[in-house]
Design a protein around this ligand. Sequence first.
Ligand SMILES: NC(=O)c1ccc[n+]([C@@H]2O[C@H](COP(=O)([O-])OP(=O)(O)OC[C@H]3O[C@@H](n4cnc5c(N)ncnc54)[C@H](OP(=O)(O)O)[C@@H]3O)[C@@H](O)[C@H]2O)c1
Length: 281
Amino acid sequence: MAETLTSTYGPWGIVAGGSDGVGAAFAQGMASRGMNVVLVARRLPVLEACADDIRAQHGVEVRTVALDLGSPGALAALARATSDLEVGLFVYNAGGDDRSVAFLDKDLDTHLGLVHRNCVAVLEAAYRFGGPMVDRKRGAMVLVTSGAAWAGGATLAAYGATKAFDLILAESLWAEWRDSGVDVLGLVLGRTDTPSLRRAEEAQGRAYDGKSADPKDVAEEALDHLAEGPTWISGSSTPTGGSPFGGLNRRHAVLAMSRSVSALGGKLAGKEEQHGRSVSE
Ligand SMILES: NC(=O)c1ccc[n+]([C@@H]2O[C@H](COP(=O)([O-])OP(=O)(O)OC[C@H]3O[C@@H](n4cnc5c(N)ncnc54)[C@H](OP(=O)(O)O)[C@@H]3O)[C@@H](O)[C@H]2O)c1
């Protein structure tokens, strides 16, 4: 009999950022393979609607935990809320940036919140939930990252840096845990049709052009290739391959990245109507 997700990894999965877009698609995909799921997000009504939908469609158990992954103590609270469960698969999905503008056009607290949610909390999730997996000698972690991790670029400073952190964290943990029965996948996404992307495009005054990946395809592809880490480039013809910038020197890669973000509506300093800089005491 073919091994199932639950027989390979365990009965429960957690999706951090699991109420819409790619995260909800992961939760649906895990539930369709018989795994009970814990969904984490901030907006309780969206979270509950997604949970009801999964219960109705797949008949698995679903637990919701409403919290802000960008706030201190979030992962400790999540560990407490799930301490009675054997968590065999952890997907850290939340991580988008809803406003691509120049570094100094965002206030400092916004940058720090992004770093907390995309770096500190991801590391804490890996530590708190990966540790028991290594002890049990089975489990899997997916850290969702982005093509923004491949090189720096104007209007990507904090976001791209956090995504590079996630990529290197996933690759390093894969190397450490590969002989422990724990699979780690750094999942690199390109443009994907999620509510978050649509909100970002609307904020930039761009009409959605329909040219982005379907979250369901992204999640299914990743679930089919959990054991093929360290890195999976979603939708690529060479998904385990290297950076699309290949042999370009760093300067040319950074300039190419900056041009592509600008083409997608990223705004450079001085182009914001109001300067958004502020530092709280
Ligand atoms: N969409 C793209 O084009 C694209 C491209 C490249 C990479 N990615 C990566 O793919 C991942 C998913 O992106 P996405 O577009 O689906 O948007 P996202 O905003 O990263 O994820 C949406 C999900 O995360 C939850 N969430 C967001 N911030 C949270 C927080 N502080 N605390 C708890 N939950 C939070 C949202 O619910 P609540 O808002 O209710 O909290 C929702 O369930 C991200 O890591 C992103 O970097 C996306």
